[in-house]
Design a protein around this ligand. Structure first.
Ligand SMILES: Nc1ncnc2c1ncn2[C@@H]1O[C@H](COP(=O)(O)OP(=O)(O)OP(=O)(O)O)[C@@H](O)[C@H]1O
Ligand SMILES: [Mg+2]
Length: 264
């Protein structure tokens, strides 16, 4: 495991400074927001920059295809040629991908469960198969063959649709513990309803997570501002103010924490 008490930066300028440098390693963080609030981009930005530093991460996309995800990231000018990207779109290729992860320093594994779902539509998995187990097996396989540091699940909400969650409290507890036991710093994307009434589907996730990052689009007259706040971050003295979130010159920036830009 990486050095103790290490921090994983959010790579959002202005936010890390308000988080004692970043997110404690091994934490499990919910990235919450309604549609189009840049949940995937914020999570991708973290994992991409950590992989640039030589770490290994798995980005598991359940509904958005890897092609669509990478297109969005290329449009945001992430230089994908700088990192070793391995796409897993067939379960049978898992050993091959795991080997490639092992042989290189710093790899971003994009696991496209949507593609796997399409290919496995007629097999034992079926449309209502046990995707939770499929997800666990992918993570286990890669992280046991080489050291894996980060994990992004995009999204937790999609996983709920794909697997049966009859006893959500128990199941969610076990998923979170599974990720913690592997020593992963995890980011779970949580799609919020449009009325933004809750951060997660069953709300128990809020209590079980170590951190919550909340993204929102705020309307003032006809102008919409992107905003970010850290609702909680265990073991961290953090500023919970609402910051304006901007993506400029290939970088995220959080500004105006606790202040109204209009009166600056
Ligand atoms: N420079 C940029 N390049 C591309 N998209 C950008 C840029 N700046 C802002 N965006 C916006 O980011 C949004 C998409 O971001 P992202 O896919 O990360 O959001 P999301 O919250 O994951 O969305 P979804 O709810 O669809 O999963 C788009 O609405 C897009 O307009
Ligand atoms: Mg998304």
């Amino acid at each position: 495991m990486a050095e103790k008490n290490g921090k994983i930066k959010t790579y959002i300028k202005g936010l890390d400074e308000n988080l004692q440098g970043g997110i404690p390693e091994g934490h499990l963080v919910l990235v919450c927001g309604s549609a189009g609030t840049m949940k995937s981009s914020v999570a991708f930005n973290i994992i991409y920059n950590e992989v640039l530093e030589g770490k290994t991460g798995i980005y598991l996309t359940l509904e958005q295809s890897h092609a669509s995800l990478l297109k969005q990231m290329e449009n945001m000018e992430f230089d994908l040629s700088k990192v070793n990207v391995q796409v897993l779109e067939e379960i049978s290729k898992i050993d091959e991908v795991a080997k490639k992860v092992k042989s290189s320093k710093g790899t971003l594994v994009i696991s496209d469960l949507g593609a796997i779902r399409k290919k496995l539509a007629d097999t034992k998995f079926g449309p209502s198969g046990d995707w939770l187990n499929a997800m666990k097996n992918i993570i286990k396989k890669i992280s046991t063959s080489s050291k894996c540091d980060l994990f992004v699940l995009d999204s937790l909400s999609a996983l709920y649709v794909l697997s049966s969650f009859d006893k959500p409290r128990t199941k969610i507890f076990h998923i979170f513990e599974f990720l913690r036991d592997l020593g992963l710093t995890s980011f779970l994307v949580s799609e919020m309803p449009i009325d933004q009434s809750k951060y997660s589907e069953y709300e128990v996730e809020d209590f079980l997570a170590d951190g919550i990052i909340y993204l929102q689009l705020t309307k003032r007259y006809r102008k919409v501002t992107r905003e970010i706040s850290v609702v909680k971050m265990r073991a961290t003295e953090c500023n919970n103010d609402v910051f304006t979130l901007e993506y400029k010159n290939k970088k995220f920036q959080a500004t105006f924490g606790g202040r109204t830009p209009l009166v600056e």
